[in-house]
Design a protein around this ligand. Structure first.
Ligand SMILES: [Fe+2]
Length: 363
């Protein structure tokens, strides 16, 4: 195991600091385009946090976001930690609780379970507890570690800044109540979602397939997320956007296609627990071949309230026709082989398409 790295070593190797720092943490580093099941990713003891973990360096993220899997042993807890990168956490299995506090505020604790989603307020102290004495708890973190680590290249600073961002979190007792505030246009401002798999969604016609969605702004961060679902026997329109949309499948079964103009199409078959991160401006399209609606949750860099502009997290063009300056291929313009291939896939499991023929009529 390499020596844990806190500050920059003066080596002209052109390797990002975050990559070198990871090497010293002593846990598996998985670099991949696609993870079939986050619940099955092997983890190893991670001394820094006092649990087990594995870094998941999603190729399509291209350093816009980082990710890791963490497991807390039955009846155990992790060490308290604060940090100046943002972090969104989706609970893959088990149940437990997290205590949050800042230097001047009172401690508060909220409980989570499989399917919960929450965001850690920037630089707030936090400690995670497994609430079960018989089973491990496992979560998936999507975070802004690569950008922050590479920018400051000093881990000691990143984990030891004595500053409370009271504009983001000031000990409010209902901060993690899950109450939230609904805004127009399917936007939901909240810090905790008890069960993302069953959270109520709103119609989002423009993305196709009879799908529904909410856009999530969390913990006043520069990271955001959304939850989308599309019905049995349907598929979404192809679209593209910037890097760092970490698409976690939280319900259902199906596949996605990825391609750039003139290059071969890649296909990945997914189920609950899969994750992929479409590379910047690569076309991608999601297909539901399962027996239930398919639901996915992509934590990302770049929100609506705290936007990072067009390069990161911009959702303004993801549901607009590419022929009109947007980043979406309308059903009536797509290669007809896509619809045919989908219908053939459904036939394999003895089901048929539920795509409305009107979807394909030019509007
Ligand atoms: Fe997408």
């Amino acid at each position: 195991m390499a020596k844990p790295m806190t500050q920059t070593e003066n080596v002209m190797d052109n390797i990002p600091y975050y990559d070198k720092w990871q090497q010293g943490e002593g846990i598996p580093i998985i670099k991949t385009f696609f993870v079939q099941d986050l619940r099955k990713v092997p983890v190893a003891h991670w001394d820094r946090i006092g649990g087990e973990g594995a870094f998941i360096n999603m190729e399509g993220a291209e350093g816009a976001t980082g990710a890791y899997v963490c497991e807390i042993a039955a009846g155990k807890n992790l060490k308290p930690q604060r940090q100046i990168y943002e972090e969104m956490i989706y609970v893959l299995k088990g149940r437990g609780a997290t205590t949050i506090w800042n230097d001047k505020g009172a401690k508060q604790t909220f409980e989570w379970q499989e399917g919960s989603l929450f965001a850690l307020p920037l630089n707030a102290w936090h400690q995670h507890f497994n609430g079960q004495g018989s089973e491990p708890a496992r979560f998936f973190s999507v975070n802004s570690m690569p950008i922050v680590f590479n920018l400051f290249h000093n881990a000691d600073f990143i984990f030891n800044v004595p500053y409370d961002f009271t504009d983001r979190f000031n000990g409010e007792p209902d901060y993690f109540s899950g109450k939230g505030t609904a805004h127009t246009g399917r936007i939901w401002d909240t810090n905790f979602i008890a069960d993302a798999r069953n959270f109520k969604l709103e119609e989002w016609k423009e993305r196709g397939g009879g799908g529904t969605n909410v856009m999530l702004e969390m913990a006043s961060g520069s990271m955001a997320a959304h939850i989308s679902e599309f019905p049995i026997g349907t598929y979404k329109k192809a679209h593209r956007h910037g890097p760092g949309f970490n698409v976690i499948i939280i319900k259902g079964k199906g596949f996605s296609l990825f391609w750039r103009q003139g290059e071969p199409i890649k296909r990945y078959d997914w189920q609950d627990g899969s994750v992929f991160t479409p590379p910047p401006m690569m076309w991608h399209q999601h297909f539901n071949t399962g027996a239930t609606p398919a639901r996915y949750l992509p934590p990302r860099l770049g929100g609506i309230k705290y936007s990072l502009g067009e390069q990161f997290g911009d959702i303004t063009k993801v549901d607009k026709d590419v022929k009109a300056g947007g980043n979406q291929i309308e059903y009536w313009d797509e290669d007809p082989s896509i619809r045919k291939m989908f219908e053939e896939e459904l036939a394999k499991s003895g089901t048929t398409t539920r795509m409305n023929p009107d979807f394909y009529k030019k509007k």
